[in-house]
Design a protein around this ligand. Structure first.
Ligand code: BES
Ligand code: MN
Ligand code: ZN
Length: 492
């Protein structure tokens, strides 16, 4: 998607479609309608019809044969001033782009006058780009007929020159590219996306955006003693990989922030096999990995002045004669042992070794992100990501980023009392804790493997995969976490 900023009066714009935002409150509503009609007299009847209420996400589409060359005029409501946030503009822009039909290849957004707005002009511009680009995403790689929406270019139009707005447009476009990277990877099917191809995609992303990618193969993984990753891999004919991504935008001596993403490219459950119904969705069990790759992509594109490392342990979880079994005891990179109660609780096993590996960076903080538990989907649905961790400051940073991006998170407690559920008779810990508080016991399992660093864990089992289209997320992989992480890192 091509995204650019232009200083111009709306009448000067020559895109196929043009979008205006309409406040609900008077006198702002009437003033905006008057302004639009002045440029596009032909849409006056439509705008005076009463449909142009300005209520949030109300929409009027009208056609103008006028001199400007712009044919389609879209007026989308943003509601009452007191309720307007950045999210209002993400949703409004997405509502508008979803009304563009095939003939439209370019679309302009006219930024509202922000002098009475509770949201700063540059934040509005950022949100408009997010809503437009993210709302028009389509996963088309596997369609042999042309199913593309036809939209190629978004132009953000402002009547006044502003370096802050120009920068916001450019930055938002890069962040959205990172979200696209994550969505594309997470949507790809398991026959094409498996550990080695995931690593190849990470390398390609690194080359394009400018970050370093190193891939450890099975031999190296064995040398490191990553017994969790190797146990889960045992049933698969495809070798595991451990992907290391590095962006060094900060001071050379400054320790990095490490992001760890679960990279199960397909989760059958293994010997504790899952039911057939909807098992195909488990091609997205590498969404955490996709988020980390998409984040590194955006961070490098933005050249953020901070050091960031991405770690992705990756394997399939398959049943076979060589697969690991319930009852097995495995030994991890940090020397600890775990009794396997259920081979479907595999994510925590591969993350355990990655959390140990992270220690060698002496990191400022480590955050892992994973489609980890069905229990988290039951607790928070597909709307809110589960957040757990050991460090108040780190958790506060994540919550602040969640509020700014509307990638919602909710913290769940890690009380020691829950540890009882994952005690093993014969090993240091057991890999399942029963049905109650399943998201929490999974996180407490991970806590056994963290090093001496602030740690947080995001469970995106619900938010990574959308069962239906959202305001600016498609059905399928959402790319959740990329905007959250980039925002957190920008504000570190
Ligand atoms: N990948 C799944 C979790 C999941 C479930 C992600 C639904 C997305 C949607 C994970 O590996 C898993 O199977 N977890 C088990 C753990 C249980 C056996 C303790 C679960 O949640 O059922
Ligand atoms: Mn599983
Ligand atoms: Zn899984």
């Amino acid at each position: 998607m091509n995204v650019r900023f232009r200083v111009s009066s709306p009448g000067q714009v020559r895109t196929d479609a043009i979008v205006f935002f309409l406040p609900e409150e008077e006198p702002f509503r009437s003033a905006q309608i008057g302004h639009i009609v002045q440029i596009f007299p032909a849409v006056e009847a439509a705008l005076r019809s009463g449909e142009a209420s300005g209520k949030q996400n109300s929409i009027v589409v009208a056609y103008s044969p006028e001199r400007t060359g712009t044919r389609k005029v879209i007026v989308v409501g943003i509601g009452k001033n007191a309720n307007i946030t950045a999210e209002t503009f993400r949703r409004a822009a997405s509502t508008a782009v979803r009304r563009l039909n095939n003939g439209v290849s370019s679309c302009a957004f006219v930024l509202p006058d922000d002098s009475h707005s509770p949201v700063a002009g540059s934040d509005i511009a950022f949100a408009v780009v997010e809503g437009a680009v993210l709302g028009s995403y389509k996963f088309t790689q596997y369609k042999t007929t042309d199913v593309s929406s036809g939209i190629k270019e978004f132009v953000v139009v402002s009547s006044s020159r502003s370096a802050a707005i120009a920068k916001a447009v450019e930055h938002a476009a890069s962040v959205c590219e990172g979200v696209y990277v994550a969505r594309d990877l997470a949507n790809m099917p398991g026959n094409d996306l498996y550990p080695e191809t995931l690593a190849a995609h990470a390398k390609q992303a690194g080359k394009k955006a400018g970050f370093r990618v190193q891939v450890l193969d099975k031999r190296k993984i064995e040398q490191l003693g990553m017994g969790g990753l190797l146990a889960v891999n045992q049933g698969s004919v495809r070798p595991p990989v451990f992907i290391i991504m590095e962006w060094r935008g900060g001071n050379a001596k400054e320790p990095p922030i490490v992001l760890v993403g679960k990279g199960i490219t397909f989760d059958t459950g293994g010997i504790s096999i899952k039911p057939a119904e909807r098992m195909g969705e488990m091609k997205m069990d590498m969404h955490g990995a996709a988020t980390v790759i998409g984040t590194l992509y955006a961070v490098a594109k933005l050249k953020l002045p901070i050091n960031v490392v991405g770690l992705v342990p990756s394997t399939e979880n398959m049943p076979s004669g060589s697969a690991y079994r319930p009852g097995d005891v495995i030994r991890f990179m940090n020397g600890k042992t775990a009794e396997i109660d259920n081979t479907d609780a595999e994510g925590r096993l591969i993350l355990a070794d990655a959390l140990t590996y992270a220690e060698r960076y002496n990191p400022r903080a480590v955050i892992d992100i994973a489609t980890l538990t069905g229990a988290c989907v039951i607790a928070l649905g597909h709307i809110t990501t589960g957040l757990m961790g050991t460090d108040r400051d780190l958790i506060a940073r994540i919550i602040a980023a969640a509020e700014r991006t509307s990638e919602y998170v909710c913290e769940l407690p890690l009380h020691d009392e829950y540890l009882e559920q994952i005690k093993s008779d014969i090993a240091d810990v057991k890999n399942t804790g029963g049905r109650p508080a399943g998201a929490i016991t999974a996180a407490l399992f991970l806590k056994h493997f963290i090093g001496n660093y602030p740690w947080a864990h995001l469970d995106i089992a619900g938010t990574g995969m959308a069962p239906k289209e959202g305001a600016y997320t498609p059905k399928g992989a959402t790319g959740v976490g990329v905007r959250l992480f980039v925002d957190m890192l920008r504000n570190w």
